[in-house]
Design a protein around this ligand. Sequence first.
Ligand code: ZN
Length: 114
Amino acid sequence: MASKIVKGDTVQVIAGEYRRSAAERDKARGIVQRIDTKTGRVVVAKINMVKKHQKPMQGRAARTQVGIIEFEAPIDLSNVMLVCPKCDEAVRVGFRVDGDEKVRVCKSCGEDIK
Ligand SMILES: [Zn+2]
């Protein structure tokens, strides 16, 4: 099953605090770091940063980072849209069949998306 969004894509968050004006949309964009297809969640660089207090642990499992650490929390796949490199817009993705392969296409401009 071909996926509409894959690791390394630039995506735009279309929900919550990231639903911004066009001028600020770069803040709602990031590159996909990780996808969990089981839970339908995605981790996007610099998006949905959360802070966590990390206490040092005793003994064998010494942590490399202690104090306040910041990391990307996963967000739901339904809250992100792929940014088409040609349109430079968050777009819907379709597929076309090319031999045995499914190729992603932008539903706005019709271009293939690598
Ligand atoms: Zn496009």
